[in-house]
Design a protein around this ligand. Structure first.
Ligand code: ADP
Length: 414
């Protein structure tokens, strides 16, 4: 089945074309025909295209809205120049969408119909910055491909539906949960699920046997405690603001600070919230950048004090979460790193693991250094009783596989 995977943002569209089916899933032989992104939709859009031969092309086109962007993309995919081998719109058999918030209602990937659209709409209040764009993407795709092409919604929150009450409830008056659904939802679920699945596969472990802490460290960062294939706790909460230090987000913070900062700085509460989301984290501490690679260069080469501090706080907080989740899980087989930082920075991985010897984790420095640029593997030392791994996340592949399964009626594994 040829699946178009779409991740729609406010002015960006990330995409992949993946060929998958039962056999390919079983033998890990799914094929990625094309991937890329369209940025600055609404103006002179910048299009980046990567073929499966590794080639990269850049284009610009005036794409006034998401509808024009999806139309352009479908036209390109079915053009011989794209190299996909797909020649007609009918060659795109299904479309899988990343949808950020499924609320309490969506516990797995689903075929989009009117009631699902309404359900995503109902959750707009919980994710006002994301769900409206996801809906727009589904609508644009329906117009571009016709309603005969099945579309599947894969939710960022769904993997965390297994959190027990004691992990998802905040210690605030209980009626707030009943009245307004205020609780921990967790995000990055597709990523944590992808990492956990791949870890089981490469280590040949049974689903029921596995206890791991996964760390998705990118621009957004989250930790997840996984036992028996299901999420039992995760660091992002009602919104993606909670938990680890991120590129521009503060992560955990004393809630009383919102009012205090507002009063001291003469800001409204929503301005303070915006500050915590987009001016904090690595950027806020360093005053330089939210980009970990640049920050490491500042810290290592220029000895910038605040760059070093930002990195120190980032690693310390991640290590604290690992410790907390080891307690939640009653110990773990492994800590597994993914995301742009987790997959590429041996230095950050080493610093997070440094001080976890008490938990039986010893790092093999050379193995750690060798795992960059999408390589997967173990970097804990031989005989270390808890392991450390890099397992690159592949959310798009999981979305493509879920789309195939939902459309063909195959069961959905977690
Ligand atoms: P997003 O959350 O937006 O998907 P990514 O997972 O792509 O982000 O991660 C982006 C982050 O990964 C950036 O902070 C970037 O600097 C960092 N990163 C990428 N390569 C490296 C590297 N070699 N060393 C350190 N950080 C890196």
């Amino acid at each position: 089945m040829n699946v178009l995977v779409l991740n729609v943002g406010s002015a960006t569209l990330k995409f992949q074309v993946v060929v998958t089916d039962n056999d390919r899933i079983m033998h890990d032989q799914d094929v990625k025909l094309l991937r890329g992104q369209i940025e600055r939709i609404g103006g002179e859009s910048v299009i980046t295209l990567r073929g499966n031969d590794g080639s990269t092309r850049k284009r610009t086109a005036p794409l006034r809205d998401m509808r024009s962007a999806v139309d352009w993309l479908v036209g390109y995919i079915t053009d011989p120049e794209s190299g996909t081998g797909l020649t007609a719109r009918g060659d795109i058999h299904a479309v899988g969408h990343r949808v950020v918030h499924g609320g309490e209602q969506f516990r797995a990937s689903v075929l989009v119909d009117e009631s699902v659209l309404q359900g995503i709409e109902d959750n707009v209040e919980l994710a006002p910055l994301h769900n409206p764009h996801n809906l727009r993407g589904i609508e644009a795709t329906r117009k571009a491909l016709g309603s005969g092409v099945p579309q599947v919604a894969v939710f960022d929150t769904a993997f965390h539906h297994t959190l027990p009450e004691h992990a998802y409830l905040y210690a605030i008056p209980y009626p707030l949960y009943r009245r307004h659904k205020i609780r921990r939802y967790g995000f990055h679920g597709t990523s944590h699920r992808s990492i956990a699945y791949r870890f089981r596969k490469i280590t040949d472990r049974e689903r029921s046997d596995v206890r791991i802490v996964t760390l998705h460290l990118g621009n957004g960062c989250s930790a997840c405690a996984i036992r028996g294939g299901v999420s039992i706790d995760t660091s992002m909460g009602f919104t993606p603001l909670e938990g680890l230090v991120m590129g521009t987000r503060s992560g955990d913070i004393d809630a009383a600070l919102l009012d205090y900062i507002a009063a001291k700085e003469g800001l409204s509460l929503s301005q303070v919230e915006a500050m915590l989301n987009s001016q904090s984290g690595l950027l806020g501490i360093s005053g330089l950048t939210n980009d970990m690679r640049d920050l490491l260069a500042e810290a290592n080469e220029l000895q910038d004090r605040r760059a070093r501090l930002a990195i120190e706080i980032f690693c310390y907080r991640a290590r604290k979460y690992v410790g907390a989740y080891l307690a939640a899980l009653g110990g773990a087989d492994a800590v597994v790193f993914a995301g742009g930082v987790g997959e590429n920075s041996a230095q950050i991985r080493a610093r997070i693991c440094d001080g976890l010897e008490w938990a039986g984790l010893r790092v093999d420095a050379a193995a750690n250094e060798s795992l960059v640029g999408g390589r997967e593997g173990r970097f804990s030392a031989e005989g270390s009783s808890m392991e450390a791994w890099v397992v690159p996340t592949d959310e798009e592949l999981l979305i493509a596989r879920d789309t195939f399964r939902v459309v063909s009626g195959a069961p959905l594994p977690s």
